[in-house]
Ligand binder design. Sequence first.
Ligand code: DX5
Ligand code: ZN
Length: 213
Amino acid sequence: MKIAPSLLAADFSRLAEEVRDIETGGADYLHLDVMDGHFVPNLSFGVPVIKALRKKTNLPFDVHLMVDYPEDYLDGLQECRAAMVSFHVEAVQHADRMIHNIRDRGIKAGAALNPGTSLSTLDEILPLLDFVLIMSVNPGFGGQKFIPYSLDKISRLKRRISSLGKDILIEVDGGVNEKNAPLLRDAGADILVAGSSVFGSPDRASAISHLKI
Ligand code: DX5
Ligand code: ZN
């Protein structure tokens, strides 16, 4: 199980120190939530902040675009050497083109699904993806409660991926904590995003290791 702490829950006045803390604490990725105030009713940070953090850490960047027009961010994210980028299927008209635009830049491509969005939206594009991000809260804010029906969605997605025989990872984002982490693992999650359960804990290394169990 890989853990991707979400910077959204960090102390924004001390970003570099916060990132260093989770890097030494055993994080596998840094999850970066880009919000535009349109696709989601909140505004977070964009490419300039991500670019500044690139100089402060060697952690692979996992960028979650909760924005309209996600294609407009790709050149900047390539400059930040993003390892993974996910876009919301609800935000794009041309998902196929978007996936190719990400992969052509040498970045792993992911499709993110809101809790209320059916897995059937992935029917055609699943084989093209490197990973799928299942939202287990409605995107826009950290610290929300995990939506239990996400577990069944993850299990169904895992079965679809297995039947394709492809190595497509499942990432889960929202309300992840040490209680639901084992259930998410059993359902088929490969990467857990964790905001408040990591940054809300004074001992980040211990919080990360509890999620890995
Ligand atoms: C929610 C974001 C999440 C968020 C998770 O819109 O996509 O990445 O930071 O925060 P927690 O873990 O606190 O639910
Ligand atoms: Zn996220």
